[in-house]
Design a binder for this molecule. Sequence first.
Ligand SMILES: CC(C)(COP(=O)(O)OP(=O)(O)OC[C@H]1O[C@@H](n2cnc3c(N)ncnc32)[C@H](O)[C@@H]1OP(=O)(O)O)[C@@H](O)C(=O)NCCC(=O)NCCS
Length: 175
Amino acid sequence: MTFTVRAARAADATALPAIEQSAAELFRRDPSLSWLADAAVPQASEHSPAIERGELWVAENNDGQLAGFLRAVTVDRQLHIEELSVSQHFQGRGVGRKLLLAAIEQARLWQLRAVTLTTFRDLPWNAPFYQRMGFALLSAEDTGAHLNHVLRDEIAHGLPGERRCAMRLVLTPSP
Ligand SMILES: CC(C)(COP(=O)(O)OP(=O)(O)OC[C@H]1O[C@@H](n2cnc3c(N)ncnc32)[C@H](O)[C@@H]1OP(=O)(O)O)[C@@H](O)C(=O)NCCC(=O)NCCS
């Protein structure tokens, strides 16, 4: 099965909550995080602004079924990844990597400075994966105002702060 990544269209929004809910099932592997699998996810309408900005990408299989999505927002000339989700059924087949590469490529085309995200330090499908993709862990001093705000907000929503981290991939202009 092959997957294509493309910019999301308005009509795709309705499929995104179910993808995010399904993706979150993976957190049941860590009993202390299993509540994340039961937590509410953003409604379809909450994805619409990012779709209109062109900052949401979907991965589609050859039957036209959506397997995953990546939603981002540009802050201070850095593309910040707000959400990356792949439906449970499609996980482990390179879809997440493909979505991430597409967002990085777009950030380069937009001549942005970097791609950023926050994630779990210790889950194998989170920080270690992003590190293999070239992202670096940010120290407290290097975490800018926006990422600090995101991390604080996550803690306020119950995420364990000591397990969360901010990461950045610095983009060098193409020759
Ligand atoms: C993170 C996520 C989007 C990855 O999507 P995916 O399509 O399964 O990922 P891929 O198949 O492209 O694999 C990406 C990497 O993660 C690793 N990985 C994926 N699932 C894994 C798992 N269950 N256990 C360990 N490693 C895993 C793969 O080995 C791969 O690394 P590599 O390409 O360097 O070898 C998906 O696991 C997901 O939706 N998770 C729940 C939500 C989440 O954690 N989102 C990220 C928030 S920052």
